[in-house]
Design a protein around this ligand. Structure first.
Ligand SMILES: *Cc1c(COP(=O)(O)O)cnc(C)c1O
Length: 465
């Protein structure tokens, strides 16, 4: 009864819609959608009333509906400044794309394009032909296929080669990447029967050999992208697994995760196997992400032997997993950059990964002294930091970087929150009661914007004193 009495006091939808702010809003949002938001708001108020809350006045109700509507007009995604020093962070969108790549996406997508049209013959064409040609020269593969991400690549391979059949994997490689990718779950979702062999720290070739049955569909090796196993360990080399594959006729998939196309040892951090080396070792298929160390758009790239790739291509699942023209446009320019002897100047992630500590130090010192001149309530000092590649690349490997430590009267977490609220948002590191801006992942032209953010926060701090 009380609920009904409260509900009776609620204003009518039409009455709310006549509020001047909501009338003006109808120039940008259709009236029936504002009406829908209004009904949703009234439902909420009815619920609040039943819980004994006060009913706001008509003005407040209209204003809150207008605010909610205006939030829908603004995009949810925003460019931000990554001052964490982590080059590949899934939460921050992984690889930033080069200007050249963006230009090509715009060019291709602003009109029609020859996505699946052969301009020579005037007949149907293949959507990833150019990418395949690039991958063949870059990796030495016979053929290649692109899907939406690396999880989709593993899904497609398992589903094609091992639906209702066994997929043999070492217990030391049953990985989880950032919660949403768990290898056992992906294998199950693809219809494969996971057969774990060996132990967490030691797996031998004989473990694989003994596990093979007439119903085995795939031998799977998975790169431990985000952790290391150290101490008393043993693992099966890809070369050994390839020999077993030749004996048994069961194909080998190497899920490489990051997929470096160049030897990162030259850039000062060795340890990440290249795609080429895995193909040379004889893997039938190698899969990797487009947006990890490779530095491109979200994509899953599968390279390998032609018959295996052709089977994947024919799978009905491929039709559901294939990428669109935006991704392919980005990927073909990115891969073309890898033809260049100075790829590190063309691909932002590779450029960051090859930054020299001495240069970062000079940037940090220059930034800190410039900032110190402009700021009254924040003290800045250049500090040495340790950065990581992130995004499931180079586990356990860190490299020296430089950043700017900020010291102010507010708590570090509060200062970090103020940085996040800036336009554009700045994401910093909070470590040991300090806020640090790691310059490794800050594009040099963004330093101006970063300084402006600090100046704005400085004046907020001054106002609150
Ligand atoms: C990151 C990763 C995946 C998942 O790749 P996405 O492109 O994020 O779908 C799968 N396997 C390994 C080994 C990885 O590192």
């Amino acid at each position: 009864m009380e609920t009904n009495a409260g509900a009776a006091r609620l204003p009518q939808v039409d009455k709310i819609l006549r509020h001047p702010r909501l009338v003006t809003l109808q120039e940008r949002i259709r009236r029936e959608l504002i009406a829908e938001l209004t009904r949703q708001r009234l439902d909420q108020l009815r619920f609040d009333l039943s819980k004994g809350k006060e009913l706001p006045d008509l003005e407040a109700i209209a204003q809150s509906i207008a605010l909610q509507a205006e939030r829908l007009l603004k995009p949810g995604l925003a460019r931000l400044i990554n001052a964490t020093g982590v080059i590949l962070n899934t939460n921050l969108g992984r690889a930033p794309l080069a200007e050249s790549v963006l230009k090509h996406i715009c060019e291709v997508a602003s009109g029609y394009c020859n996505l699946e049209f052969d301009l020579d013959s005037g007949k149907r064409g293949e959507r990833s032909r150019q990418i395949e040609a690039l991958l063949r020269i870059l990796t030495g593969c016979e053929a290649a296929l692109v899907v939406n991400n690396n999880a989709a690549a593993v899904l497609l391979v398992v589903s094609t080669f091992a639906r209702d059949r066994e997929v043999i994997v070492s217990r030391g490689e049953l990985i989880e990447i950032g919660g949403s990718f768990r290898l056992p779950d992906v294998i199950r979702a693809a219809g494969g029967n996971l057969k774990e062999v060996g132990t967490t720290n030691r797996t031998r070739l004989s473990d694989f050999r003994q596990a093979i049955t007439p119903n085995t569909g795939l031998l799977l090796r998975c790169h431990r992208s985000n952790f290391e196993i150290v101490g008393f360990t043993q693992e099966v080399a890809l070369e050994e697994l390839v020999l077993l594959s030749a004996e048994s006729g069961i194909p080998v998939l190497e899920d490489l995760g990051s997929g470096a196309l160049i030897d990162l040892g030259q850039l000062g951090f060795a340890g990440e196997p290249t795609v080429q080396s895995q193909l040379k070792a004889g893997a039938d298929l190698v899969s990797f992400s487009g947006d990890k160390l490779l530095g491109g758009p979200q994509a899953g790239i599968i390279v390998g032997k032609r018959p295996a790739i052709e089977r994947l291509h024919k799978s009905p699942l491929y039709r559901a997993l294939r990428p669109d023209k935006l991704t392919l446009a980005a990927l073909e320019i990115l891969l073309a950059h890898y033809l260049s002897p100075s790829v590190e100047k063309l691909v932002p992630t590779v450029e960051m990964a090859s930054s020299k500590a001495s240069e970062l130090r000079a940037r940090a010192e220059a930034f800190a002294s410039k900032a110190d001149l402009c700021l009254k309530h924040i003290a800045c000092a250049a500090v040495a930091t340790t950065s990581a590649a992130g995004g499931g690349s180079l586990p356990g490997k860190t490299f020296s970087s430089y950043g700017v430590a900020l010291d102010s009267k507010v708590q570090p977490n509060q200062l970090a929150a103020m940085l996040r609220r800036n336009q554009p948002p700045v994401v910093a590191i909070v470590k040991e009661e300090q806020v640090i801006l790691d310059l490794l992942t800050v594009f040099q032209p963004d330093e101006e914007t970063l300084l402006a953010a600090l100046i704005a926060i400085d004046s907020q701090l001054s106002a609150s004193h």
